[in-house]
Design a protein around this ligand. Sequence first.
Ligand code: Z5A
Length: 203
Amino acid sequence: GVEGCGKSTQVARLRDYLETEGYSVLVTREPGGTPIAEAIRDILLDPDNDAMGPTAELLLYEAARAQHMHEKIVPALNAGQIVICDRFADSTTAYQGAGRGFDHQLLHDMHQVATGGVWPDLTLLLDLAAEAGLARARVRGRQDRIERETITFHERVRDGFLALAREEPDRIATIDGSAPIDVVAKAVTDRVQRCLDARNRVE
Ligand code: Z5A
């Protein structure tokens, strides 16, 4: 979801829930998650890098993702862990697609290259008005390069996420991010548990 929608808060809650249920969990984030990808993250978010063009930005997000997949996510999946990732390729479709205007099919193809076709079983969209999310994030202080974009950019991003959720309703579950933290957490764990139950029935 948009900036400040509550992802980090809910990732921590979900990890606690799954570990209590006995699962081995890897929590990670994008951009980042490995030393190389975190170095790319620093370049991407540094507000002093205001000369960065949209193509370099897109390629850096995908480069960070490719390294993250290679070094961390794929090995964790192969070891049987549940991977919770704070943002993934849908964020590129929303920010660089709906936000910056890159073509949907082009982004899909780039995601294929970066992920090697390994895709989430479930994606949770915490939907929140852009202004409300930015207001929450502003409390934190210094804004990063993407946060400094205009409100209309962030509104396009929100619409981009909602459009993706309409396109892929089986994979993407939309949750009201404006609800109280405990209510959001319950919706998240219910949805994840349903996904696990469905997988366990198949296996
Ligand atoms: N980006 C991109 O452009 N392309 C890409 O491919 C990817 C990312 C992967 C870095 O993301 C930036 O990169 C991001 C998108 C872009 N930029 N923007 N904008 P990030 O995930 O590291 O940073 P973020 O999106 O800015 O997330 P955040 O600011 O860390 O927010 P959050 O994790 O969603 O929220 P939070 O930290 O859990 O909560 C924020 C505050 O709200 C905090 O005080 C909470 O206590 C409070 N909160 C949380 N939930 C609630 C509820 N339910 N009610 C009230 N208050 C709440």
